[in-house]
Design a protein around this ligand. Structure first.
Ligand code: 13P
Length: 253
């Protein structure tokens, strides 16, 4: 059975002390015994990752990075490699977030290289994809999401998909307070799962966790997560508040 996953993408928020406090609060609020079929992940900024790995020790909470470079090392000022992340105990990385694509020029080609490096390192990838508002209005959303997934991931061998988690994040729903309706999320998730089944196998497609992201809050999480092809969420704003994030985790249980 696929695992539910609730991952908090903290983006460029929270200092070191704030990050440590939030994780400590999550440790007391999240009922660890209830997490048999739910993984809980937090993704602080790079400078706070190492401390985060120490604070989550002996808990079920996992730590992910928000990005990484596609080379192991070299003259890439300001960049961080997968090897650097792994040595501090961070083995999961978010790649392809729409903010990386829009503000930092990450293309399908760059993302393909990043994904392949992560797979080579045996890291786990939370791969984000999703259409812009204009693309949805023009009815191009199916085409856009399949193209993003295909270009970055479809040269991977089937055996590598055990390290892939997908996250559908319609850009028009990120930080806007506007969520995709549960039916809209289900429609895209099912479509992507079918697309994977057609290109790999239905057995493989059934094992892939597909998260929904975009204005998930305690008030809407349960209904979105109840859809059969939605396996949890990638949470932005609500992940910065312990009570809200805990309530969203509980919505998977
Ligand atoms: P919000 O939950 O703030 O809309 O952000 C979603 C997101 O971008 C998570 O990666």
């Amino acid at each position: 059975m696929r695992k539910n996953i609730v991952a908090g993408n903290w983006k460029m928020n929270l200092t070191l002390s704030e990050s440590v406090s939030l994780i400590k609060e999550l440790k007391t609020k999240i009922n660890q015994d209830s997490l048999e079929n739910t993984r809980v992940i937090v993704a602080p900024t790079f400078v706070n990752l190492f401390a985060a790995t120490e604070v989550v020790e002996d808990t079920m909470i996992e730590v992910a990075a928000q990005n990484m470079h596609f080379e192991d090392n070299g003259a890439f000022t300001g960049e961080i490699s997968g090897k650097m992340l792994q040595e501090i105990g961070v083995n999961t990385v978010i790649l392809g977030h729409s903010e990386r694509r829009t503000y930092f020029g990450e293309t399908d080609e760059i993302l393909k290289k990043k994904v392949e490096k992560a797979i080579e390192n045996n890291q786990e990838v939370i791969f984000c994809f999703g259409e812009q508002l204009e693309e949805r209005k023009e009815g191009k959303h199916f085409e856009v999401v399949t193209s993003q997934v295909e270009k970055a991931l479809f040269e991977l061998g089937a055996e590598n998909w055990k390290n892939i988690i997908l996250a559908y994040e319609p850009v028009w729903a990120i930080g806007t307070g506007e969520t995709a309706s549960p039916a809209q999320a289900q429609e895209i998730h099912a479509y992507i799962r079918k697309f994977i089944a057609e290109n790999y196998s239905s057995e493989l497609a059934e094992t892939i966790s597909i998260l929904y992201g975009g204005s998930v809050k305690p008030a809407n999480a349960k209904e979105i997560f109840s859809k059969p092809d939605v396996d949890g969420g990638l949470i932005g704003g609500a992940a910065l508040k312990a009570d809200d994030f805990t309530a969203i985790v509980n919505a998977t249980i």
